[in-house]
Every structure is written in structure tokens, then in C-alpha cells.
Design a protein around this ligand. Structure first.
Ligand code: 5AD
Ligand code: FES
Length: 359
């Protein structure tokens, strides 16, 4: 019965729910279809984005997030600008083509200026050849504009869920955690000309299959260029941990996340879909599995410190660093096993975006 659904040009919400509920051979058929769509529309090509998580200082208190402001157990860090630029240099020299600067949410004129300086620095070190994505939370339109003018081409801001009720269950009910504000930021980003990325968490407490199908339709209606979504992982130092008895087992959440990726690839054929790091927390080869069935972006963590020493930075000696999950040669091999290859020295703007700006 899934065959007739997979043959449809435009899947309905009910069709998407069926895809998300597919099990066993039906799930295999879904994956076969999404693999074919991927090959046809974006080829079996994977783009690397070097991920620099430069600070975990956050002013927000999302109920699911380990680095929420109220979690006093977290050791807060903020990497020095020179170190951040060194990591960007590493990405550039290793032909990644693109980096993502991610942090907890900070909002101040000092922070705005700092990011602006970092953008200038990255532009300088690469002669404008490094594509920079920012993921620094909700900011004013003016701040977003300033960063765009200084070379940030893409922005990631997950909606977390497109369902207002669920959103309010996942966040404190105050003005800092406002669904409408999050939406406004996304509209601002798109309007200012950013390649706009968003996404959701999958397998949250209180989340239904219908709600996930609506998330997919929301992504389509918003006309996103990039999507990152991964399984929700319960964190013991957060309030949402109290609802862990409502969760699907991790393996099922993992499968559900893969089915979301597959359904999205079928729905939005030419967008960039990231293989979320959270997949890897459940399954060692989680990201590669997502690549196989529809994702086309991997964000290796190149955050200094938990990364490699200078020697390794420049000599790319295989299998010696502490972070084999994100070692370049290791990833090359695993992506190859998933039937894909890495596109080096390409910006990898989503085909969807390229078409959107042309039209
Ligand atoms: N499990 C999975 N993903 C999480 N994120 C935050 N906390 C969790 C969690 N406990 C995701 C959110 C956020 C992104 C940076 O990380 O979607 O937008
Ligand atoms: Fe680097 Fe395997 S750990 S190639």
C-alpha cells in the first residue's frame, strides 16, 4: 500500500503520516524511493560544513536543552576569536568550502560586533572563498542585516516544532521563548536574502505523527533552502527529562528521524538536508545512514580543543585523533560506503536556493 503513496506527485498530510509509520519492508520501500529522488535531484554528493561551536553561553532556558541557562552543572566556555579563525583556516585549507559558526544565544551590541569582526576575519583569510553559515539564535533584523552585509550567506534557526502548543510545552512561557518571535526571525532572515535553514526535533514527548507531518508541510510552505533535524535526546539535567517515560525507545526514535529525512527528500527534492549529529549519538553510523537515504550535508565538528593538535591539522594523518567520528579520512571512507562522495571546494548552495533566486 505504500507503493501507491510513493508514486504520488504531491503527498498529502495523511500520506506523510503513512510514510512516518512505515515499518519493515514498507520502510525499506520508502528509503528506496528517497534514495532514488536524492540521486536524481541532488546526486550522491555530500557537502562538508566545518562546525565551530564557539560558545555554550546561552541566555535561554529551553526545557530540553543541556546548555540551558539554568543548568549550573555546565562548564561555560567561549573560544577566543583567534582560535575560531584558526579553525576556519583549517576548514578552508582542507577544502571544506564552508563553515558554520554556532553558539548559545547571546544578544548584545558587543556580541553583534564580535560576530561582524569574525565574519571579516574569515573573509580575509580565505579571500572571500569560505562560505559562512551562522547559527546564533534569535537576533534583531538589524543585526541579521549587518551580519549579512559582512558576508554571512546562510543562517540556521530551528523552529523545533511547527506546532504552537507543543512549542509552548518545550519552552518556558515567557517573552524570551516566543513562537511568533521565532517565526518572525525566520521571515526576516529569508527576506534579507539569507539561505535559510530550519528544522525540528523528532520523537519529543507530546509529539504526534500528525504533528511531524505538519512540520514537513511547514518546511515546504516556508520554502526552506536547508533543513537540519534529528532525534530528540533526553538530557538528565533538563526539566523535560521528567517526561522520558513518554518517549519512543531510542532505536525507534532513530528510525523515525530517518523516515522524516526520507519523507522530506520526497517532498522537497532539491533542498539541502543535514545529517544531524544527534543521529550519531544513537547509532555510530547514524549520519551515514541518513546520507544514504536522503541527506546531503555533514557538519564535522572542528571546534578547537576537542579537535586535533596542530600536527594533525596540517598533515591529516589518519586514525590518530581523539575524534574519529569527524576525522576527514574516516568520514570520506564512511560516506563512500554509503554510496556517496564528498564534494570538496564547493560552496554547496542548495539547488533549491539557486533556483529560488533565479526565478
Ligand atoms: N536533543 C536533541 N536535539 C537537541 N537540541 C537541543 N537540545 C536537544 C536535545 N536534548 C537541538 C535543537 C537546537 C539545536 C542546536 O540542537 O534543535 O536548535
Ligand atoms: Fe581518522 Fe580513522 S580516526 S581515519
Amino acid at each position: 500500500m505504500i507503493e501507491s503513496i510513493l508514486e504520488k506527485e504531491i503527498p498529502t498530510k495523511e500520506d506523510l503520516v503513512s510514510m512516518l509509520k512505515a515499518e519493515g519492508p514498507e520502510m525499506d520501500r520508502l528509503f528506496k524511493k528517497s534514495m532514488a529522488v536524492k540521486e536524481q535531484y541532488v546526486q550522491n554528493k555530500v557537502y562538508f560544513r566545518g562546525l565551530i561551536e564557539f560558545s555554550n553561553i546561552c541566555r535561554k532556558d529551553c526545557l530540553y536543552c543541556g546548555i540551558r541557562k539554568s543548568n549550573t552543572k555546565v562548564h561555560r566556555y567561549d573560544i577566543a576569536d583567534e582560535e575560531i579563525l584558526k579553525a576556519a583556516q583549517f576548514a578552508y585549507e582542507n577544502h571544506f568550502g564552508s563553515v558554520v559558526l554556532q553558539s548559545g544565544e547571546q544578544k548584545s551590541s558587543v556580541f553583534t560586533r564580535r560576530i561582524t569582526r569574525l565574519l571579516d576575519g574569515m573573509d580575509k583569510l580565505s579571500g572571500g572563498k569560505l562560505r559562512v553559515t551562522l547559527s546564533c539564535g534569535e537576533q534583531s533584523r538589524d543585526t541579521y542585516r549587518k551580519w549579512f552585509e559582512h558576508g554571512a550567506a546562510r543562517y540556521l534557526l530551528r523552529i523545533e516544532t511547527s506546532n504552537r502548543d507543543l512549542y509552548s510545552k518545550l519552552h518556558p512561557n515567557d517573552s524570551l521563548h516566543n513562537f511568533e518571535e521565532r517565526l518572525k526571525c525566520l521571515y526576516d532572515l529569508k527576506d534579507l536574502g539569507y539561505q535559510t535553514g530550519s528544522g525540528v526535533m523528532i520523537g519529543l514527548p507530546f509529539q504526534s505523527y500528525e504533528s511531524l507531518a505538519e512540520d514537513l508541510l511547514w518546511m515546504q510552505a516556508f520554502d526552506l533552502d536547508m533543513i537540519g533535524m534529528g532525534p530528540y535526546l533526553e538530557h538528565e539535567d533538563t526539566p523535560l527529562y521528567a517526561f522520558r517515560n513518554l518517549l519512543l525507545p531510542q532505536q525507534k526514535r532513530f528510525e523515525l528521524a530517518l523516515k522524516m529525512v526520507a519523507a522530506l527528500r520526497i517532498l522537497m527534492k532539491d533542498v539541502n538536508i543535514a545529517a544531524a549529529t544527534a543521529l550519531q549519538a544513537i547509532h555510530k553510523l547514524g549520519r551515514e545512514k541518513a546520507i544514504k537515504i536522503g541527506a546531503n550535508v555533514i557538519m564535522p565538528n572542528i571546534t578547537p580543543g576537542e579537535f586535533r593538535d596542530d600536527y594533525h591539522l596540517y598533515h591529516n594523518k589518519p586514525c590518530t585523533d581523539e575524534n574519529p567520528e569527524d576525522c576527514k579520512s574516516c568520514l570520506e571512507m564512511r560516506v563512500g560506503l554509503a554510496g556517496n562522495h564528498i564534494a570538496y571546494d564547493e560552496w554547496g548552495d542548495s539547488i533549491h536556493y539557486q533556483k529560488r533566486v533565479k526565478s
